[in-house]
Design a protein. Structure first.
Lengths: 422, 979
């Protein structure tokens, strides 16, 4: 059995022995993407489980173990982990919990600390909490993300973004119910195989695979219908996680709309990009400038490949590139706004409108600080530039009820239909 | 063919039937008491039989509460805003803006120049339901409240953000004896302010306005408030006939575009569907059987305090009066601490009258009663004490502890849930160790149940009893009452029974107390010897829910609602007097009580004082923020000179500006500017600008910018910036404003990073994007980072390039700025030393009032600093203390400069025997959810007391006073035990 080892501040570390014995529990955010990330981690020798639980005990656990005024995503992710630990499903002496840490100026950088406090309160202080970050914040002897993994993860993310975009554009129109979901499942399984093998994939191979995926979706028989397209932006967790946004995508589909969800890779690019923007504003040392630029260049390259692949058949809408999103965002807000989703959130709203998606749901956890600035704070200016923009801000938290959220969404949809008909 | 629209709001159901020519042939408006399916079904049946007689008709439902019914029976649904829009389009004149208030919703529709809709956010509660609650609080019907409002003479500031907040303002006003007429009008004004401030979000309300919805149809007082505040006349303000039917009317018009419905079939459908319930989930029941309930009752029946007979009692008696927020409790005890007399009354806003009547009753029963002591406690302590010449008063926490120890000497945890507030405290070594009071946002849980019962048409008792036998209590979570309203709506939509809702509310009250106020994680952490009290625990459902949740059998004294009064009586006895100064029967006969108003002149706050005058010249001042107007008359009162908050304000005021070669430049006052002023002022002065400083915050300044605030849940200090900027431009005439974005703060080398919070960092962006007025001036919101001096100089020059600032000028200015900033911080430390020395010389407690630089603002802190000094303590701030020497370990990521100081100060305080940390927290501050726990941890590890005060727009310091007085009582007690 692995020994419990602590660093000089008394933080329980994830050791090399633990890597052999322990299972990493990870809260779910994006089903397609996370499934591939899991494959990569498994290939590197980690035991991994992505939590797909959705029960009501999760938020109860979150409220019980977190400060009630902390952001909803913290309550949910920590609640999901605590719920899992107390479910009896796992040997609690053989699991570790995982949380991301951005290192930015928003509260999210503190989720890992709050998770540890929660573990202590629950008498589970012996469960290691592993921080996933790219800022060198906390280190663990048994957990490391290598450069190869970063590259692969970016690939996994771009595949995820691609599948998500194609699925959202096909599924609302498919003639045979479930056809596009089957394709998603098929390709995820195939890609997981690839990642499990660990064969490094060059840009050319990736392009080929993307074309293959797009072709398969082109072939799904669809009805020609003019559905209302609705963009989803917001704080990263409630934007993507069905647990966080009360199954927003499913609701929109049920209401006969087509959800348009800007991808995850942009967020990754945005976090890298902020280092450069900071350097411009405040000087100092640019963190590993060569690496940063190389990563930017590579990731932007594969995103462009994805966009080209989607555009090729002429029947799909491609998402805006990171560069375009950044440019459009800059018309409304300064690129120096880098806490939380920062200018990216504003940029995504502008990019959606630019793509012809005037209807936007801006999801935000109740009381999210960066969103006061880049979400709600910028809507007036966006509407001045685009008077037709139909943006609805929806608050998510433990006390917000679905009926109120849905009522607001219905209003947005009614306005959308009116705009479409006029 | 007929067109029918049915509008189901949160409390009422409206129906309109139109003929071919759109004439209304039938309309109805009634409360649905949460029985939505039944009421819709009734309407369908009635229309089908009496109007349609077998014909088909177009039908549409609208209103969020009808979503469930519409889905279930396949009836067309139209979103209510769309319905409203359709209806208003039929109006003969062009309407620019529609303002609609419903039971729980508030909406603004901008119809011209870009259609836009605003609906109240999840946080903005107070609307129709809020007005109902307030009427209950005033003990009048809504109609009476409306009439009262029309006779108002003055308007009190009442927080306009959310219902619960407003309630915390209103209750103390009533307790202080404010006129009901004025309070009623103030409530309506708060609704108007909320509509403008919370809903309009930066868009100006202008043009022809139409007002819709129940409250705006029926309440003339509310109409008047809107007309007054928005400066409308009979032409621009449209209050249409049948305004309450507009939405239903719109739905009927919309129905015309849908397939006609077969009413006979629908009628049958709805009636046969009656028994099916969608609602299944829920929590475990409170009691699984009648037997279990009986055993529970028998167990609790044992916790009794002995009683005696008042009539003919000849021993030495003492009287305790607990004037709570919604109730008045009075107890007379005898020599054996037995209860001779007890009374529990709803105060209905007139506590003084009730106490007078009760005393008269006591004197009638026993005219010879020998009273040796009398004491008052609770919100109305001062009022009752002065009115009836009681011997003493004590803070309610201490009163409760005294009573609890009588019942259970080894009590280690007391929880008291009253009508408006919760008080919990842990006891260690017979001393109050930690106090938990509910924050303003979760208060009112007890009275919430009663208002909810009333709204659903039950008495409180019946409503609570229903919950005892619920099979599946609704899971309503642990949130403040406004959120619960929506959760209840959701449960109703899913078909939950009233029993389930009742039980669910009881469980919620308990969860609120445990997880929101106490933040308990396990029963053990609360202690093993628990006493529960307060009127709310008289409700068996709540008591049961509490025991279930904590897993301990607790004691509820038979006088659970009277413990405060009993404790006060016990305390009065310890005064060991021969006779009490309490008014006797003769005194009561001549008793009179009048209230007048005046403005306090003792400091710049200029509080509006309500002066209660009683016969014999006794008087009581209320409405004061600090104790000075009361204590300045007391010759033993030392006016403490050491208050770091005042020192900081004076420091700002001391900086003078002269005319400069580069003209005038405005600095808004708020957020980080409270500290960085000492950096920017010298820099700008050195660059040759005349610095124009916006005034400190005030209610008036806030109102100047209120309409441009885009996010109603952002903190009050941020909201104030809108007013500050407006003031600079409109009142101070500047055409250049300097307010840089600062994600990074100075690096004081004691933390992992040195950020500002996201709101402080980027608020200039929000102002820029939302304040049209900034288009007319030069707004400099450059990104500047003071942590890197070399780079900063370069950026500074770039920032003012337009004004031809040279590199040399920038370098010199920056040097002066850094030096002045340092001098300021050094001066604070020096001041801190002096203050501490003074305190130690005079044996006074030292309060480290910790927060952020902007908590120095007199409007943001509501004068709490002065309140503390008036209690006889010295006030310093965390930056008056020596900083940690280097980085130190924290359990959280220590990445914000201001917060690093906070943690450092907390560590320092732990080393000092006479220092106590009080943390000011602005409502909505996300970061403080992280910091408060960490600070509490640090202090409690060293057995130090931690006090947190949440502040917002609320102007009333009732709860703050309880906290502070409890803190001082605990300090005194600690010092006593230490000897």
């Amino acid at each position: 059995m692995a020994k419990l080892e602590y660093d000089k501040n008394g933080r329980l570390m994830f050791t090399k022995e633990m890597k052999e014995e322990y299972t990493l529990l990870i809260p779910m955010m994006l089903p397609i993407h996370f499934s591939m990330l899991k494959s990569i981690l498994q290939r590197e020798g980690y035991k991994v489980e992505i939590l797909e639980t959705q029960n009501s005990n999760i938020i109860q656990m979150g409220l019980k173990y977190c400060h009630n005024d902390i952001c909803y995503p913290a309550q949910l992710t920590i609640g999901q982990l605590m719920d899992a630990l107390q479910s009896g499903k796992y040997d609690i002496h053989k699991v570790a919990v995982v949380m991301t840490q951005t290192g930015g100026g928003c509260r999210a950088s503190n989720y890992i600390s709050l998770l540890r406090k929660a573990l202590d309160r629950a008498g589970l202080g012996f469960v290691p909490a592993v921080s996933v970050n790219f800022s060198g914040l906390e280190e663990n002897p048994g957990f490391a993300i290598t450069k190869k993994m970063i590259y692969e993860m970016a690939n996994a993310i771009i595949y995820g973004d691609l599948l998500m975009a194609l699925h959202n554009q096909t599924m609302p129109y498919e003639k045979e119910e479930g056809a596009s979901q089957r394709l998603v499942d098929h390709f995820v399984a195939m890609l997981n195989d690839d990642f499990a093998k660990g064969e490094s994939m060059g840009p050319k191979a990736i392009r080929k695979k993307m074309d293959e995926i797009v072709d398969a979706f082109v072939k799904v028989p669809v009805h020609k219908k003019n559905k209302v397209r609705v963009g989803i932006v917001g704080e990263i967790y409630v934007k993507f996680a069905p647990l966080g946004n009360n199954n927003l995508e499913a609701f929109l589909l049920k209401e006969n709309a087509e959800p348009v969800v800007p991808g995850l890779l942009d967020f990754l690019l945005y976090t890298i990009d902020t280092g450069i923007e900071d350097y411009i504003r405040y000087g100092g040392k640019l963190v590993k400038p060569v690496v940063t630029k190389f990563l930017m260049h590579t990731f932007i390259g594969i995103q462009n490949d994805m966009i080209k692949a989607i555009e090729k058949p002429g029947c799909f809408h491609a998402p805006s590139s990171f560069k375009r999103t950044k440019e459009l965002g800059g018309k409304v807000i300064d690129h120096g706004v880098k806490m939380g989703e920062g200018w990216l959130l504003t940029g995504e709203m502008m990019a959606l409108i630019d793509e012809g998606v005037n209807n936007i749901v801006c999801t935000q956890p109740f009381g999210c600080l960066p969103n006061h600035v880049c979400g709600r704070g910028m809507m007036r200016r966006i509407k001045t530039i685009h008077p037709d923009a139909n943006i609805v801000a929806i608050d998510y938290d433990a006390g917000a009820t679905k009926v109120n959220q849905e009522n607001r969404l219905k209003l947005m949809l009614a306005t959308a239909r009116k705009l479409q008909n006029s | 063919m007929y067109k029918i629209g049915i509008d189901v709001g949160s409390t009422t159901i409206k129906c309109v039937v139109l003929d071919e020519k759109h004439n209304i042939v039938y309309k109805s408006y009634r409360r649905h008491r949460a029985m939505i399916k039944e009421k819709v079904s009734e309407l369908v049946t009635m229309i089908s039989r009496d109007i349609l007689r077998g014909e088909k008709a177009h039908l549409a439902l609208t209103g969020s509460a009808s979503l469930g019914v519409a889905e279930r029976f396949g009836i067309p649904f139209v979103q209510e805003v769309v319905a409203t829009q359709i209806a208003v389009e039929e109006y003969p004149e062009t309407i620019d803006v529609v303002i609609e208030l419903g039971g729980e919703d508030a909406k603004i529709l901008f119809l011209t120049n870009g259609v836009e809709v605003r609906m109240n956010g999840t946080c903005a509660g107070g609307t129709g339901a809020f007005i109902d609650q307030m009427a209950v609080l005033l003990d009048v019907s809504v109609e009476e409240m409306d009439k009262l409002a029309l006779q108002a003479e003055r308007i009190y500031p009442i927080a306009s953000r959310c219902g619960v907040f407003a309630k915390t303002d209103v209750q103390p006003l009533l307790n202080q004896g404010a006129r009901k007429e004025d309070v009623a009008a103030s409530i309506f004004h708060a609704v108007v302010n909320q509509t403008i401030g919370g809903l309009a979000q930066g868009r100006e309300l202008k043009g022809k306005m139409m007002f819709l919805g129940g409250p705006l149809t029926f309440l003339k007082g509310l109409q008047k408030s809107f007309t007054d505040v928005l400066k409308l006349d009979s032409n621009t303000g449209v209050f249409p006939e049948n305004a309450q039917y507009y939405v239903a009317y719109g739905a009927a018009l919309y129905a015309g575009s849908e397939q006609p419905a077969d009413f006979a079939a629908l009628e049958a459908d709805m009636q046969s569907a009656g028994e099916i319930k969608q609602y299944e989930g829920g929590l475990p029941p409170l009691f699984s059987s009648e037997d279990e309930y009986n055993a529970f009752k028998a167990r609790h029946a044992k916790a009794v305090i002995p009683e005696g007979k008042l009539e003919g009692y000849t021993g030495r008696a003492a009287i305790g009066i607990d004037a709570g927020s919604t109730t008045v409790k009075l107890v007379v005890i005898g020599e054996q601490d037995e209860i001779l007399f007890q009374k529990y009354m709803l105060s209905n806003g007139k506590p003084v009258e009730l106490v007078r009547e009760t005393l008269q009753e006591i004197y009638t029963v026993n005219p010879q009663l020998r009273i040796v002591g009398s004491a008052a406690t609770g919100y109305g302590e001062e009022l009752v004490k002065n009115a009836f010449s009681l011997d003493d008063g004590l803070v309610e926490t201490v009163a409760h502890l005294t009573a609890a120890q009588k019942m259970m000497p080894d009590v280690d945890f007391i929880i008291d849930i009253g009508g408006q507030d919760m008080k919990c405290f842990k006891i260690r070594n017979q001393v109050i160790d930690t106090i938990f009071l509910n924050e303003a946002c979760s208060s009112g849980c007890g009275s919430f149940i009663s208002t909810f019962a009333t709204a659903l048409g039950y008495s409180v008792k019946d409503f609570a009893a229903l919950g005892l036998y619920s099979k599946h209590p609704v899971d309503l979570g642990s949130r403040c009452t406004v959120f619960m309203n929506s959760s209840v709506k959701q449960a109703q939509k899913e078909g939950a029974e009233v029993e389930d809702i009742s039980a669910g509310l009881s469980i919620s009250v308990v969860k609120n107390a445990l997880y929101k106020v106490i933040r308990a994680t396990s029963a053990e952490s609360l202690g093993r010897h628990i006493i529960v009290q307060g009127g709310t625990f008289l409700n068996d459902a709540i008591l049961r829910a509490f025991e279930q949740e904590v897993g301990v059998e607790v004691i509820r004294p038979n006088i659970a609602g009277l413990m405060g009064a009993y404790g006060a009586a016990l305390y009065a006895r310890t005064l060991q007097q021969n006779s009490s100064t309490i008014l006797d029967a003769e005194g009561l006969k001549n008793f009179s009580h009048e209230t007048t108003e005046r403005v306090c002149q003792l400091c710049g706050n200029h509080c509006k004082l309500t002066v209660n005058q009683f016969n014999n010249g006794r008087e009581l001042i209320a409405g004061n923020r600090c104790e000075r107007p009361i204590k300045s008359q007391d010759k033993n009162f030392i006016n403490i000179q050491y208050n770091a908050y005042r020192y900081k304000r004076d420091y700002i005021l001391k900086r003078k500006s002269e005319k400069g070669k580069r003209g005038r430049i405005g600095l808004p006052m708020g957020l980080n500017m409270y500290e960085n002023y000492h950096f920017w002022h010298p820099i700008l002065t050195s660059l040759g600008y005349e610095v124009v400083r916006a005034p400190f915050g005030s209610r008036d300044v806030f109102l100047e910018g209120q309409a441009t605030i885009p996010s109603d849940t952002v903190c009050y200090p941020a909201k104030m910036m809108h007013g500050s900027v407006t003031h600079l431009i409109q009142k101070q005439g500047v055409n250049k404003i300097f307010y840089p974005c600062m994600p990074y703060n100075f690096d004081e080398k004691i933390s992992d990073n040195h950020y500002n919070c996201p709101v402080v960092a980027y608020y200039p962006e929000v102002l820029d994007a939302n304040m049209g007025i900034l288009q007319d001036v030069r707004f400099i919101k450059e990104y500047l980072g003071p942590h890197n001096e070399k780079h900063f100089v370069k950026k500074l020059q770039q920032t003012f390039k337009q004004d031809n600032v040279s590199a040399k000028e920038a370098r010199e200015a920056a040097a002066i700025g850094y030096q002045q900033q340092e001098t300021y911080l050094k001066d604070l430390k020096r001041y801190g030393k002096e203050a501490i020395a003074f305190a130690r010389e005079h044996n006074l407690p030292i309060i480290v009032l910790a927060g952020r630089p902007y908590h120095v603002d007199p409007e943001i802190n509501h004068g709490i600093d002065q309140l503390i000094t008036s209690y006889g303590a010295v006030v310093i701030s965390e930056d008056c203390l020596p900083l940690a020497k280097s980085k130190f370990h924290t359990n959280v990521l220590n990445q914000w400069t201001y917060h690093a100081r906070l943690y450092s100060a907390a560590h320092y305080v732990c080393q000092q025997p006479d220092m106590y940390l009080v943390q000011l927290v602005s409502f909505g501050c996300g970061l403080d959810a992280v910091t408060t726990d960490e600070v509490r941890d640090i202090l409690e590890k060293h057995d130090n007391l931690y006090t947190q005060i949440k502040i917002d727009e609320i102007n009333n310091l009732g709860a703050v006073k309880i906290r502070l007085r409890s803190l001082f009582a605990a300090i005194a007690q600690k010092n006593r035990t230490k000897g």
